[in-house]
Design a binder for this molecule. Structure first.
Ligand code: ADP
Ligand code: MG
Length: 233
């Protein structure tokens, strides 16, 4: 395991700081998926991101989530210059500082709800009893204690997403990144998940939530729009 890089003097108090960061997918027909973008997201903000299908929302989230490297510009997460990190250090930073919630849940199918949340703490170095206790507490937070031993296939969509939220928050990350978290849910269940996320924001979590649904976008304090890879406030 690689140790997390030291934060020296943060360049900014922002959790997310993009400076001219953009991404062009290479290939015979390169795709300019994210135009060079300047953006700061401060601790405690709840930002929603809207835009039509194919506009670059997931590309934006993948850059902010350290899943893809920008092909131009710089990205600082919590003051750490992600561009300067080796792949293993990026992975460690991502595991510790970012929690993801995806439209299709991405839970491990042959692991219980509790194991899915416990496994998210592999990078913490915490003893296993502590990891289990944290996972149980996170499941409690999302109202899923009663299904802790259940496999994801036996859970409803809304229940799976609540487990995914527990997994995302268990390491108390600097940033929760949600990519269409209610996209696969009926409207009543979507409301439950949105209220859960709103409650986490009230507790101080910094959230960036992508949606194509203007109603959902209205839950944020601040909404960004992406069109043809261009992010505007
Ligand atoms: P959204 O999430 O808003 O639907 P995406 O960020 O997934 O949009 O995609 C933005 C653009 O980048 C689209 O034109 C898409 O076809 C293209 N794209 C996405 N991923 C890749 C990839 N791996 N290689 C090439 N082009 C891609
Ligand atoms: Mg997308």
């Amino acid at each position: 395991m690689t140790s997390e890089p030291m934060i020296n003097t943060p360049m900014t108090d922002a959790v997310v700081a993009l400076r001219g960061a953009g991404l062009t997918y290479p290939g015979p027909q390169p795709v300019k998926a994210l135009a060079p973008t300047d953006l700061a997201v401060r601790a405690g903000e709840f930002v929603t991101v809207v835009g039509p299908s194919g506009s670059g929302k997931s590309t934006f989230l993948n850059v902010v989530g350290l899943l893809d490297r920008p092909t131009c510009g710089t990205y600082h997460l919590d003051g750490v210059d992600a561009g300067g990190l080796k792949e293993a250090d990026r992975t460690a930073l991502r595991a510790r500082r970012i929690g993801f919630v995806f439209q299709t849940f991405h839970l491990l199918p042959y692991r219980s709800a509790l194991e899915n949340v416990t496994l998210a703490q592999l990078y913490t170095g915490l003893p296993s009893a502590r990891r289990h206790a944290n996972a149980a507490e996170a499941l409690e937070r999302v109202g899923m204690s009663h299904r802790a031993q259940a496999l994801p296939t036996t859970l409803s969509g809304g229940e799976r997403q609540r487990v995914a939220v527990a997994r995302a928050l268990v390491n108390r990350p600097s940033l929760l990144l949600c990519d269409e978290p209610t996209g696969n849910l009926d409207s009543a269940t979507a409301t439950v998940v949105l209220e859960l996320l709103t409650g986490l924001h009230d507790e101080g979590f910094t959230i960036i939530l992508i949606t194509h649904d203007p109603q959902v976008a209205g839950r944020g304090q601040r909404t960004l729009t992406i069109r043809d890879g261009i992010v505007s406030e």
